[in-house]
Design a protein around this ligand. Structure first.
Ligand code: ADP
Length: 149
């Protein structure tokens, strides 16, 4: 049976920190679905379409990675895509506290297990929100993102 994992997030935008987590997850699963959570109330900094195209282009040569948008509960999206695992990245204890609760809720609701991968230390300080802040001031963000935005 194919081992499929969903890597959910806002990815607004996708950073080298996110890419490091995907790189670590690739040896563990047959297929990884990068799932861009879309909130109907707010469009985000980049539109969902722009995020989808940006990430799809990064992985266009990797048939084991799919990129999709979704607007349902993450566990429902996992079931629809036959994924038994969720991948999340951990940068620090704040991430852990928050993620632990969600992972336990998700498992109770669906039996889907969350696999946590610890970020490489050199990427621990990188976040989409800081990249967005820099972009607002037209600063160069090229060292924080996998390709030009
Ligand atoms: P969300 O809004 O769901 O937190 P994000 O796009 O901010 O979505 O993050 C998606 C996932 O990537 C989360 O598991 C988050 O902890 C992880 N992540 C974000 N930035 C980094 C980073 N620099 N290194 C490792 N993991 C990260």
């Amino acid at each position: 049976m194919e081992r499929i994992a969903v890597f959910p997030g806002s990815f607004d935008p996708f950073t080298i920190g996110h890419k490091a987590i995907v790189d670590k997850a690739l040896p563990l699963f047959d297929k990884i679905i990068i799932a861009i959570g879309v909130n109907s109330e707010k469009n985000g900094f980049f539109t969902p379409e722009k995020r989808l195209n940006y990430i799809s282009d990064i992985y266009k040569d990797n048939p084991r990675i799919e990129v999709k948008t979704y607007s349902s509960l993450t566990v429902e999206f996992c079931k629809e895509n036959n994924a038994k695992f969720i991948v999340r990245g951990l940068r620090n204890t704040t991430d852990f506290q928050y993620e632990k609760t969600i992972a336990q809720m998700n498992r109770q609701m669906s039996g889907i297990e969350t696999i946590f991968l610890v970020t490489p230390p050199e990427y621990g300080h990188i976040s989409s929100s800081v990249v967005r802040e820099l972009l607002t001031y037209k600063a160069d963000v090229s060292e924080f993102v996998p390709k030009a935005l």
